[in-house]
Design a protein around this ligand. Sequence first.
Ligand SMILES: [Mn+2]
Length: 353
Amino acid sequence: MHTPRWDIALSEDKVAELGLVVKGSNQAGFLILCHNNPDPDTLAGAFGFAYLLQKKFNMRCVIGYGGVMTRAENKAMVNRLRIPVKRMRYEDLSQYSAVALIDAQPITGNNLIDFRAVSQLLVVIDHHALRKGSLKSPFHDVRPTYGATSTIITEYLVAAELTPTRSVANALLYGIKTDTNSLIRSCCKADYHAFSYLSSLSNPRVLGCIEKPALPMDYFSDFQKGLAKTHIYRDVACSFLGRVRTDSIIPELADLLLRIEGVTWSLCMGEYEDMMLISLRSKSRTQMSGLLLRKLVGKTGSAGGHKDLAGGQIVMSTLTDQQKSSLSSKLITKFLKMLKRENVTSKPLVRDD
Ligand SMILES: [Mn+2]
């Protein structure tokens, strides 16, 4: 047994409270729902929470997400750690009378819970800013000072006197690592403690494989196209790649474009299956990427994220051909307008000389 050396009194109270809610609900099973386009923190949080519900409360669990899983790393995480996660649509939710939402909050547009499904929502655990809708759920634990939801879940496991399996520990450690950019972005002492606790239980070799997965050859064609299609509008880099063969190129190119000297914003878009995938990155100290992207996609799509990064999607099957062909340029124009850069002239990133 690894004895924690940090204060988890709140989590001990919360696990006791969770026990009452779970037992009082008369449910045999839970749907544990990640946010759309799941990242490692929501996947790890859901995986760890399923472990808690199974081991401590003898509950059956299904882990689900909406949207698409991009990034080769996230797919490698699910495969290597054998996280039993299912892609779902809104209609699938009706099969479950007990839902736990992890690393997200209700009716924010970045998960499958909407007004109709809110009564099934028994548990909300998240580290984003508190939304009023969460208070209606019988159990809610929202800690905006925490760098990762995986940290909250790690504390729950310790409070429940459960030692995570190697796979669960690997997942939670990777969740904390990615959400805090290796403990340098918006984290608190609890994240350091959880990170150090999990390190002793994890397998660095497996984590190394997840962080640097093999990439399909198509990735490099998409990459080249993405660079060629990037335009710089003063301090904003925008790239619309058209149809892409690998979905993970969108967030990864957005990360890279933000590193261009003098660039404060990067917006990257591409069509994959029947969706327009959008990633936004920012170095701005004043504006919130998540809010901006939600405003950008409006009611036509869904989006979510943090201060410095956000992801979203627009389903294109409902659009007319004309709407489809003008969508990317409309989004770029709207985005530049939102940042008050609409009159800035653009130049291509890559020169031919
Ligand atoms: Mn998170």
